[in-house]
Ligand binder design. Sequence first.
Ligand code: PLP
Length: 446
Amino acid sequence: MFAKEEINYYQKNRPKSREIWQKALKVLPGGISHNIRTFGLPLIGAFPIFINSANGPYLKDIDDNKYIDCWNGHFAMILGHNPPEVQKLLKEFLTHGWHFGTNTEYQVNLAEAIIKGNPGIEKIRFCVSGTEATMYASRLARAYTNRKLVAKAQMGWHGANDTLYYDVGGIFDGEGPPGLPNAKEAGILTFEINNEHTFDMINKNSDNLAAIILEPVLGGGGGFPVEKEFLKRLREETKRYGILLIYDEVITGYRFTDALFQNELNVIPDLTTMGKIIGGGMPIGAVGGRMEIIEQSSPEVENQVLIGGGTFSGYPLSMVAGLKTLEILNDSQQQYQRINQEGNKLLNNLNQLFREEKLPIIAKGHKSIIMLHALSKWIENPSMLEIIKFKDKKREALLQLSLFNRNVSGLHGLGSISMAHTHNHIVKIQEIVEEIAHPVSQSKFG
Ligand SMILES: Cc1ncc(COP(=O)(O)O)c(C=O)c1O
């Protein structure tokens, strides 16, 4: 009953989105340009919203519904949407033209800013997406070590490049997705985060392993933090065997403090991939790290490792928006502290409710990152693999839709808290999740 009423209410209030969705299905495969932007809603007979404006903590859809937004442009908009200082700069910049296909001083300035705040980054190469950055990092590692294998974390999301699109969802059987070879042929191994057996895998493959790549908090995988002790041990073992350690900090970079997360962890990798926040909401990716590894990509060296053609690499608007954003973040210590605390509190409060009421929902995340998983049954303290195994995608879609009905937008449940969210926004989000948690948990789909 709840599900039916929610779906009816959702559809009634979104006639324009419904109309555009019908058109979208005719011209875009599945109606979308990014797999997760259906929000899972077609699974329960609904359609996604179409947004036409955003400001501060809010999104507005084409039917004039306004949402407190927790998705924040795939985590990129840590300042909230449309921050005035960045908008002003971009407007000014547009009067000079925006795509030159040449070098600009802006990419030097952004590189300097990132290098200055992060001892693990001695040089950096810009590209347009995190997907490219992680592909390039893997290639650099293979070239530097002259080894073939790359090991990635189970459920680690590094973009859909050919190199790392393995074990990104569901239970992995070693097969590649259609169009890609199986993991063995592709030279990809996978490992479970926070699991001792990972070190056996490293030991066994130490002669052929070029790199280990992982996110310090699994983002696309569902908000699973990697334990510091595990990272420390990874660092020790990779050093011992001459394997490169790569952190994918596309989400965690500048998310918890005004620097890469590796500094706070005090476990520094050889290479780091970046994106999202460092572009201030414009398309960006970057790979940085130890000088001699990155330097392999210089056209000046013999046997250059070819990474980063890219018509739009170092895109001027991304460079200026990114630099302005990092400047603002540099002055935002209190704001970081505030959103980190709000995130922790929200996660703990929600999990307390889910636990006490034995509801098959669990919140996962770290500081300002917060995601919700809806499961098919209540499990006490489920592991990451249990969460993946018992995920109830329809229930998760209903959760998402019920949030939209109450003017909260999110993905993976919620997503993250931005600096534009006030305490009242967070209280409201908590109340809404609490309100829908019971009926969503009781809803059954055939
Ligand atoms: C950790 C991580 N790495 C890489 C990527 C891919 O980045 P992009 O979407 O910019 O290609 C993402 C995107 O969500 C990500 O979360």
